[in-house]
Structures are given as C-alpha cells and as structure tokens.
Design a binder for this molecule. Structure first.
Ligand code: F6R
Length: 625
C-alpha cells in the first residue's frame, strides 16, 4: 500500500505531486509528505545552491488536503520532488514516521511502498557505522544506505542499484538527491511503480491515474530494474548496470474517468458506473463466427483443451467473484474447480501440473498475495490466466492469458464496479472454456454471451431503485449485527454483501451459506440481529431458503430479503424487501443481487457519518503481506 509520486522538469512540480497524491489517497491516508529539490541562485554569478526541503502531515484522512493547504514552498526553482501517502506498516502513523525520509546529510530523500524484511539488520549495521535514524520505519534505512554509497563516489542511480541488491522484501522506491537536482531514481520489486515523461518533464507514480493529467506516455518497470528519470528522458538499467528498454504501457483511461464527476464520493459514482463496466467488459467478446474471445491468449486451443483442473486464487471481493466462477465453470465447462484465498494457496502445497489452469482474479493486478500465488503456480508448470482491471498490470504481463475487466479506474477503496465486471468476465471465461472443451454447443455459448448483454440494463434498473434501499437502510440503521445468507451463487453474494458492510460501516457482518445456519450461526440470532437473505434462487433451492428465513424470523431477527420482482412467496416473512429484476440464467443472478447490498452498505455507512471512499485501516491495493 502507500502511494508514491515524483516529478522533475515541470514548472509545476508541487502541483503535480499534490494532485497525484490526492489521486493516490485510496492507497493509504495515514500521513502525507513531499520532499523538493530547490535551487537558489548563488551570489554574484556563483553557481546555484541546491537543497532539500521537506513537509509532512499526519492528519489521517485529511493529510493531503492539509498538506496542500498549509505548505509554503520556499523561494527558488523547484527542480524535482517526490511525494508519498502512507498506509503504516512499520512505525505509528505520525509525522516523524511520515515519508519522505532523509539521510544524515539531509540531501537525500526517499519514499517507499512495500516492506523491507531485513531492515532491522540493515539498521543495526547503519547505526554501528554512525548513522542516526530518526524514525521507526523500515524505509529510512534506504536513505542512509544511499548516503553511504554516494559517499564512495557513486551516482544516485548506481547507489540505488547497489542498495536494492541488499534489500530483502518488496518495494517501490523513489529518491532524489540535492547534488543532482533534476534526477529522480526509482526501482521496484513486486510493489507497483510506473514512470512517465512528457514535454521536458519526467514522472514516477504508483499507478496511472496519479499522473494521467500530465502524460499518457507511461512505462512499466520490471522487478529490480532502476529508472533514472530526467526532464524528458528515462533510462532504465538492470542490476548489472546494463540498459534495458522501458516497456510502454497502454493507457486506456481518461482523467475525467478518474475523477468524481459531480458525485459526492467515488463510491456512488462507481456504483452508478456499473452498467457501463459490465457492458464494456462484454464488448468484443464474440467473434463473427461465434467464438468467445479473451484479450491476450498466449495458450493454444489444444493446450487449453488439455486442462483438467482449474484453481482460482484471489483476495477479498475478487475472491467472491472467483467463487461465482467456480459454479459457472463447473456447470458449463464441466471442469473441477478449486478456489483459494491467494495468501493460503501460496503457503499450502497445491498439486499442480501442466494440465492445471490457475486463474488469478485481481482488480489491480498488483495484490502481492495473488501475484506470488500466480508466480508459484507458473514455477510448478501450471498455465496461468489473469482477470485484471489494470491493463499491463504485473499479473497481466506475467500470465499466459489475460481477460481484462474494462471497468475504468476504481478509486473508492471498497470494490464495486470492478467486482461486477469480474463476475461478468469470469462468466465469459467459463463460456470460453466450455467452447474449447466442447461441453456446450457453439450456439449455446454464443446465446449465453448474448444473454449477458442484457445484464447492464438490469443493473441499471436495480440502481434506479436506490431510494427504496435508502428506506430499508433507515429502518435497520440502529442494528449492530448483520448476518447475510445465500445458497449456490447467492452464497458469494452474501459474502460480498457482508464484506461491503463491514468495510465501510464498521458494523459486524458475516456472510454464510444458508445451509450452514443450523451448524452454528443460528446461535447468534436474537432480537435486533438483521438477517439479509438472498432469495433469488433456482426453484429447487428457494424452499430451503424460505425455511431458513422462517428459522431466523421465529428467533427474533429482522429479515431483509433480496427477491426477484413478482415473487410474492419469498417475501411473506420479510420485514423489508430489496427487489431485483429477473435474469436470463440463474448463474447471472450475482450481477444484479449484489447491487442492492452495495447500496445498503453505502447508505448505512453514510448514516454513520463515515468516509465511504476511505474506510479506516484499509488501502486499495494490498502490496504487503
Ligand atoms: C473489498 C476490496 C478488497 C479487494 C482485495 C483484492 O472491497 O476492495 O477486498 O477486493 O484487496 O484486491 P485486488 O482485486 O486488487 O487484487
């Protein structure tokens, strides 16, 4: 987590940093800080004097705004600068732990995202050598290690190459040095980092929206490559010092797409963008001859046909989307599917071989647990496929096949439109696998894709019912405990509904398969508990869910039922109903059923006065384990 931005050669370095940091706040908002290389003319024709100037704030969710409002940039030319928003890992989220961190001379400044696992050993050596460490962070060692290398005559770039060779763990680092005023150096390992340039300026950032207002000429960095960013030029070298070409990235988003566009917050904007996200994800998925298409497929049809088992790995909301896919792939492609939380998959000993397809689901394509799970799978010879929202993300570059969700940038920490787009993309994948394996006739899979195309209108319809959801939210606003129950694909919907609610409202919320109710959770049911039951089920499962509703109702729960329009039988025992339109296939129902639950979470969080875009303790992209 944490967000990094750097700018050099621009007449507006400070603005570029602050607006980039505001766009990166979803990655962390414990504190914010900038370091600038400022030049002042020397007296009577003497050379310019350069120095580092730093400002930091730790005002929680207002850090960037506070920094922007309160800093007074010193007189002189601002050659370059680096900025950082922090999600604390090592050291309390206060000002002295806020980045950028400086070396002992105060002429080197560093920002970092990731975790330096051997920082305690490195710090002990540095202290023995006489360095004074001023913070509790792992990051600060980098500034002092750079200082030591620079003292031996190395350039900043050479010093960073040497330093990253000493570091164990994950990092995205950017550094500036007052002696080399126009240069920013940057490097990454696992944690995301991109570099960009435009008209005499150079840029560094954790992700594309942070610098989208400045350039669309953006490049990705590979692990352990070091970029030297100067005004208008970028040179990338490997650990051996040899130049490697920076890799251009495709930038599909507009700045406008990354801004709030008149909504109070990103979450409501992104919920309302869901019909477009689903429609765009389906765009161009059928060839003229009815084949279902992915975006990048570096696997042959015969290789895919050999696949005899699928694993899905993901975290959080992406995991819930993956759960829906398990039902879809097993049903349509008749392939056995196992699904794992990525951090668990990594550390167990899954049985994989060249006939296994491992599908990673990740909005960012940068979540460390999922990246490492996918890398582990590739090392064992499995085929890998990623569902990513970010084009050219680390996972997309490293996988054998890619299917992009085209949801546009999602800036609210809680996933909404990317989750719906993932569910849609995974349905497309299930149909692709079914076609390749011949488990569906081509016309059947083509028809199902056509049916999927009716989903955006149905999602639009659910969103138009937001006022009814507000009323339900008002009615249950006093409750502290929520239990979400679902069966079949309603189960992942229940998990996602509970996750959204706990993330942004901080209320206790659990999701359960309804069949498990009597195996434990029913003990929690009493007056005041709200049970949200997803009852848009196949007809064979619906009576069972109605039985569960009866069980919780008779024990005093307040029951909110998600039901299909016109299905009076399902709502007889409901205190409140969230109606959704019917869908052409029961496997598509999560695409509409989750929407009222997103809206319910949103309304309850707003009623509690919470910042829905930046929930406490969370960060958008989890780049540390
Ligand atoms: C929930 C949420 C998180 C993410 C999870 C995975 O609202 O946003 O649970 O889904 O951190 O992130 P990605 O999809 O980027 O791998």
């Amino acid at each position: 987590m944490c967000g990094i931005v750097g700018a050099t050669g621009s007449s507006r370095v400070v603005d570029v940093l602050l607006s980039g940091m505001a766009r990166l706040e979803y990655r962390g908002y414990d504190s914010a800080g900038v370091a600038l290389v400022v030049g002042t003319p020397g007296e009577e024709g003497a050379p310019e004097l350069t120095s580092l100037w730093r400002a930091r704030r730790a005002e929680g969710t207002k850090s960037v705004a506070d920094l922007a409002a309160s800093i007074e940039v010193p007189e002189g030319i601002v050659h370059a600068g680096i900025g950082h928003v922090r999600w604390a890992t090592h050291g309390r989220p206060d000002e002295h732990n806020a980045h950028p961190h400086l070396d002992c001379t105060g002429r080197v400044a560093v920002v970092h995202n990731g975790i330096i696992e051997n920082f305690a050993t490195l710090a002990a050596h540095l202290v023995d050598e006489g360095h004074r460490l001023a913070s509790e962070t792992d990051t600060e060692v980098v500034a002092h290690l750079l200082e030591s290398r620079i003292a031996t005559g190395e350039s900043l770039t050479g010093a960073l190459r040497a330093v990253i060779a000493l570091i164990e763990g994950t990092f995205a680092i950017a550094a500036v040095h007052a002696d080399d005023p126009d240069v920013i150096v940057a490097a990454r390992r696992v944690s995301p980092l991109i570099v960009g340039r435009s008209d005499g300026s150079g840029l560094v950032a954790s992700d594309i929206p942070a610098i989208l207002g400045e350039t669309r000429e953006v490049f990705s960095l590979d692990d352990d490559h070091v970029a030297e960013v100067r005004p208008g030029s970028i040179t990338v070298t490997g650990l051996d010092g040899r130049t490697v070409g920076p890799r251009p990235m495709t930038v599909e988003w507009d700045l406008e797409e990354a801004e709030k566009g008149g909504y109070d917050d990103f979450m409501s904007k992104e919920i309302r963008e869901q019909p477009t996200a689903v429609a765009d994800t389906l765009r161009g998925r059928l060839s003229g001859d009815g084949r279902v298409l992915l975006d990048e497929e570096r696997l042959t049809i015969s290789e895919l046909r050999e696949v005899d088992k699928v694993f899905i790995v993901a975290c959080g909301s992406s995991y819930h989307a993956g759960l829906v896919a398990k039902y879809a792939i097993e049903h349509w492609a008749r392939l056995p599917v196992e699904i794992d939380i990525a951090s668990e998959f990594r550390y167990r000993d899954p049985v994989l071989d060249s006939q296994t397809l491992v599908v990673g689901v990740s909005q960012s394509g940068e979540t460390v647990d999922t990246i490492q799970a996918m890398r582990g799978a590739a090392e064992q010879g499995a085929k890998t496929l990623v569902i990513s929202n970010v084009v050219d993300s680390s996972m997309a570059r490293e996988s054998d096949a890619v299917l992009y969700t085209r949801a546009g940038p999602e800036l609210c920490v809680a996933a909404t439109k990317t989750h719906l787009a993932q569910v849609t993309a995974l349905q497309v994948l299930a149909l692709h696998l079914a076609q390749v394996r011949g488990s569906l006739y081509p016309e059947e899979s083509a028809q199902l894709i056509e049916d999927l195309r009716s989903m955006p209108a149905r999602v639009e319809e659910v969103i138009s019912r937001a006022p009814a959801v507000s009323e339900v939210a008002g009615a249950v606003a006093g409750a502290k405990d929520f239990l979400f129950l679902g069966r079949h694909v309603g189960y992942p919907v229940a998990l996602e509904g509970a996750l959204k609610l706990k993330e942004i409202s901080y209320l206790r919320a659990e999701g359960y398969p309804a069949g498990e109710l009597k195996h434990g959770p029913i003990a929690l049911i009493e007056e005041g508990v709200v049970v949200v039951a997803i009852a848009t089920l196949r007809s064979d499962l619906l009576p069972k869910m109605l039985g569960n509703i009866e069980e919780v109702k008779s024990r005093g729960a307040t029951v909110v039922v998600v039901a299909t329009d016109g299905d009076g039988a399902s709502v007889v025992r409901a205190d409140h109903v969230l109606w959704v339109p019917p869908v052409p296939h029961s496997l598509f129902s999560p695409i509409v059923d989750v929407v009222p639950l997103q809206l319910l979470a949103y309304e309850l969080a707003r009623l509690r006065g919470n910042d829905v875009d930046r929930p406490r303790n969370l960060a958008k992209t989890v780049t540390v384990e």
